[in-house]
Write a protein that binds this ligand. Structure first.
Ligand code: GLN
Length: 487
């Protein structure tokens, strides 16, 4: 049997169109791969083999009859377990939602289903997307397909690992402060954090609403553009959704970057940046130069304040968002005879949330409390504006900015989990982008001792075309995205 699992969505679509492959064969191929590797990788929290096969058979039948089908018809997709899926468990990587079954689909799910995509499973993640390694999952961590002792990155680590291990064809993630790009970098796949407001957040369980976006994760830039083309566009159910109609990004796939200008902000190569990572990103910048783009080194002085600014805002928003998990309306409830509502509420949260989530709720509540609000939260909002201004200034001059996605290659499982601050610090290159709201794509740009390294291409507000074009050109002229882990 042909192994379809190692192919991309655009390759498989072509085969389906030419009747060289059926959706049923593709689903079987991917599940065979999952069967073989999942005990090692643990990319998924739940899997839906039966429903996936049923859907595949129906789609194959429609194709046989010559009926019109959607742009993702018959293609397997893995969905981060923080995106609501109707009648399918959505845990957010938390014990508190271990048996929560949403009664509705997120807008992005409605859109991919309308195009015929088949949801094969929900992927592992840090609890409520809080983390950079998936080690905060209540269901155990995932493992990096490139080296099983290393983390996948996070929080969308399951989605990235599933792609890298060919346990899916496409995936969805969410990115509050790097959760799509960090695991994309660590697993050598492509991930895009859209401009704030481009993709509907309706049905995304909120962690820090002013920062997060759902975005595509894929094996190459073409698939990434394809999935973004389907999920973007205005949605009346999300009040922060931008008032733009759906846009197609496939015409941004042009292998020509002549005349493009790139800014290289020095602050993204600061203290803590691994010299091998720095070298690989510079190689990529010189590649762009060879391809006809120009670059200049620049300074964005407020980037250095990004970590405290981001963590303050994210924790404040989290403390408010997570108040809804009270043991009454959703999922898990701690039972105790004779307990009143207050006791049940505390006990449920004590037993239902993991340590990192509790830490953030407590810190966020503190920072928002009377007397401290101005000192912390308000200050953070002011610095956020300065960081945003840095981006606007830089991007008014350059077509895009280039930076490492992560300051280091993936680290070892267990290495940082006991020291939250060291875990927060590695988000230094991803969180400024969410504070500003601009789009950024992470693509593979090399390896250090067989461990993946990614770079970011950061664009202007709602100018996903430019970063996709730059990423596509780079990919067409390099080989890193074709390399596969030895599994
Ligand atoms: N690592 C960051 C955090 O823990 C970002 C996570 C995310 O993007 N969801 O908040």
């Amino acid at each position: 049997m042909v192994d379809y699992s190692e192919l991309t969505c655009h390759e498989l679509k072509e085969m389906i169109d030419k009747r060289e492959a059926s959706s049923e064969e593709i689903i079987n191929s991917v599940f065979e791969r999952i069967h073989k590797l999942e005990s090692k990788i643990h990319a998924y929290i739940s899997l839906f083999r039966d429903s996936a096969l049923e859907e595949a058979i129906i789609i194959d039948e429609r194709i046989r009859k010559g009926e019109a089908v959607g742009k993702l018809s018959g293609i397997p997709i893995a969905v981060k377990d923080i995106i609501s899926t109707k009648d399918k468990i959505t845990t957010c990587g938390s014990k508190i939602l271990e048996n929560y079954i949403p009664p509705f689909d997120a807008t992005v799910i409605e859109r991919i289903k309308k195009e015929g995509a088949i949801i094969i499973g929900k992927t592992n993640m840090d609890e409520f997307a809080m983390g950079s390694s998936t080690e905060n999952s209540a269901f155990g961590h995932s493992r990096n397909p490139w080296s099983l002792e290393h983390v996948t990155g996070g929080s969308s680590g399951g989605s990235a690992a599933a792609l890298a291990a060919d346990e899916t064809i496409l995936a969805l993630g969410s990115d509050t402060g790097g959760s799509i790009r960090c695991p994309a970098s660590f697993c050598s796949i492509v991930g895009l954090k859209p401009t704030y407001g481009l993709v509907s957040r309706y049905g995304l369980v909120a962690y820090a609403n002013s920062l997060e976006q759902i975005g595509p994760m894929a094996k190459d830039v073409t698939d990434c553009a394809l999935l973004l083309s389907i999920i973007n566009g205005n949605d009346y159910r999300d009040s922060t959704s931008a008032p733009f109609p759906n846009k197609n990004y496939m015409n941004a796939l042009v292998d020509d970057v002549r005349g493009f200008t790139l800014g290289v902000p020095r602050e993204f190569f600061g203290e803590g940046t691994d010299s091998a990572v720095e070298k690989l990103v510079w190689n990529a910048i010189h590649k762009f130069e060879d391809l006809g783009a120009h670059y200049e080194e620049i300074s964005m002085p407020h980037i250095v304040y990004s970590i405290p600014t981001y963590y303050l805002i994210a924790m404040c928003e989290a403390s408010s968002n997570l108040a809804r998990f009270d043991g009454i309306r959703y999922g898990f409830r701690a039972e105790k005879d004779g307990a009143d509502w207050n006791e049940v509420f505390s006990l449920t949260r004590q037993k239902g949330f993991g340590p990192e989530v509790k830490r953030r709720i407590i810190l966020g509540t503190f920072a928002l409390s009377a007397g401290y609000y101005d000192k912390y939260y308000l200050k953070a909002l002011q610095i956020r504006t300065l960081i945003k201004n840095d981006f606007e200034k830089a991007l008014s001059k350059y077509s895009a900015l280039i930076a490492p996605t992560m300051p280091t290659p993936p680290f070892k499982i267990g290495e940082k989990i006991e020291d939250p601050l060291s875990m927060y610090m590695i988000d230094i290159d991803t969180v400024p982008i969410n504070l500003a709201g601009v789009p950024s794509i992470s693509i593979p740009c090399g390896f250090v001792n067989n461990l993946p390294v990614g770079m970011q291409i950061i664009g202007r507000f709602f100018d996903e075309e430019t970063i996709i074009r730059l990423a596509y050109s780079y990919e067409q002229n390099t080989v890193f995205h074709r390399k596969k882990p030895n599994l």
